[in-house]
Write a protein that binds this ligand. Structure first.
Ligand code: ADP
Ligand code: ASP
Ligand code: MG
Length: 405
């Protein structure tokens, strides 16, 4: 088999962990498999590099910034290469440019366009373990790009797809995908299997165990994907096509996202295209709008509320205030003390009344819902940040997801 094994930040945090990774990939090789290893930067290193960039420049140039923040991955692939060489294990590390892995020019959130698999294949054929960096690509001009935070997952899945690998294993610091973040809920269940679609929604709503894009790529190319712990040999979670999941449970998981802020504009004089007027400058500035609630009153004015990431709040406010003023709307208000909770499950397609169930659980908990949005398999809610953990725990328990000891 050809197996891609990706190790995240905590799994390659220091030399001891890198040695452990070395032993794991060596074992996989000795079992007779071809092995491609994809590494993250040591935990915290990308943050530290970003901090440096922000210290030396008020608005870091994106191209230079990518050259800097891709270094953590680059360091780790060489370190693993050095370790394996010292143990006489044939191996080679290759940077994004040496592979090459081509991306578009969208620095900081680049998309992989094409991976040339020839060199990797050649090295595998000669019996080597091939060690590749996550998170980075190069443009057709040879400039380094990065793929967005958590992007090493996407690198691994893209390598697996390009090489038509038999399996892509994502090694991390938890035993697999749980029904909720184990840092938020004390006793979540570990999922043996989850569908690509549910995983995509969970990742997109804040379960950072996999980057959303990695699940999209895996689903598109039908890459067999597993999430496992690098700290033990447990089997982990398989991400599979919908028809392979065991049963259509109503709710597969609950997520908490505290990275968004809410913007509200009241009494916007209604006219055709008023929403487009608000969102055009945001789109132009590359600001992602998540939830949107609009309410047209009888008096001919519109109330609008939406969420953006906290990082984008200042820029958003400035743009929204400009439009509000031009249109003669009321004050633009912002709230950062909110959280988004999402409940995800394939079973929602066939079960009626899930939204009601959710509202009832929250009402019993005395939690006020500020905004709601739904998709076929997901309900998302905005609540006050002080209520958020209690609400997640309450929903998790009420939908029967707590692990019974
Ligand atoms: P890595 O550095 O290995 O990429 P991440 O920190 O990006 O690891 O992702 C793993 C983390 O994701 C876990 O430590 C866990 O706290 C968090 N997480 C959030 N939601 C979930 C979930 N539903 N299941 C498992 N882990 C989750
Ligand atoms: N090192 C990068 C980050 O911290 C990529 C990754 O770990 O997936 O976001
Ligand atoms: Mg990650």
């Amino acid at each position: 088999m050809l197996i891609v094994q990706k190790f995240g930040g905590t799994s390659v945090a220091n030399l001891e962990r890198i040695r452990a990774v070395g032993e794991r990939v060596r074992k996989t090789k000795e079992e007779g498999h071809d092995v491609v290893v994809v590494l993250s930067a040591p935990a915290g290193e990308t943050d530290q590099l970003l901090k440096l960039a922000n210290e030396i420049s008020e608005s870091p140039d994106p191209r230079e910034c990518d050259s800097l923040i891709s270094l953590g991955e680059q360091k780790n692939i060489a370190l693993l290469g050095l370790y394996l060489h010292s143990k006489q294990v044939p191996c080679i590390s290759l940077t994004a440019a040496q592979i090459p892995i081509l991306s578009n020019k969208d620095h900081g959130k680049a998309r992989i366009l094409h991976i040339v698999p020839d060199r990797i294949r050649k090295e595998l054929k000669s019996g080597k373990i091939v060690i590749l960096p996550g998170f980075q690509g190069i443009t057709d001009e040879g400039d380094t790009t990065t793929l967005g935070r958590g992007g090493s997952d996407t690198s691994a899945v893209a390598f697996a797809a390009a090489l038509k690998a038999d399996l892509c294993e994502i090694y991390t610091d938890v035993d697999g995908v749980y029904t909720a973040d184990p840092r938020v809920v004390e006793n979540p269940k570990l999922l043996k299997k989850i569908s690509y679609e549910e995983m995509m929604e969970l990742a997109d709503s804040g379960a950072k165990v996999l980057q959303t894009r990695s699940v999209e790529v895996a689903a598109k190319h039908r890459v067999p994907l597993k999430v496992r712990s690098s700290f033990n040999d447990k089997p982990g979670t398989e991400v599979v096509a919908e028809n392979e999941t065991l049963e259509k449970i109503l709710v597969a998981g609950v997520t908490l996202n505290t990275q968004e802020a809410k913007v509200a504009i009241r009494r916007i004089p209604s006219e055709a295209g008023v929403l487009a007027k608000f969102f055009a400058p945001l789109a132009e500035a590359g600001i992602n709008v998540d939830m949107i609630v609009e309410n047209l009153s009888k008096d001919g004015t519109t109330d609008l509320a939406f969420t953006v990431s906290k990082e984008d709040l200042r820029k958003t406010l400035k743009l929204a205030e400009g439009v509000a003023k031009r249109l003669g709307a009321g004050k633009v208000e912002a709230a950062s003390d909110i959280a988004k909770i999402s409940i995800v499950g394939l079973g929602m397609r066939t079960h009626a009344g899930v939204a009601y169930q959710i509202f009832k659980i929250l009402a019993d908990l005395g939690v006020t819902v500020q905004m709601v949005s739904t998709s076929e398999i997901k309900v998302s809610l905005v609540v006050a940040i002080d209520d958020a953990k209690r609400a997640v725990k309450g929903l998790h328990q009420a939908f029967g997801l707590d692990r019974s000891e």
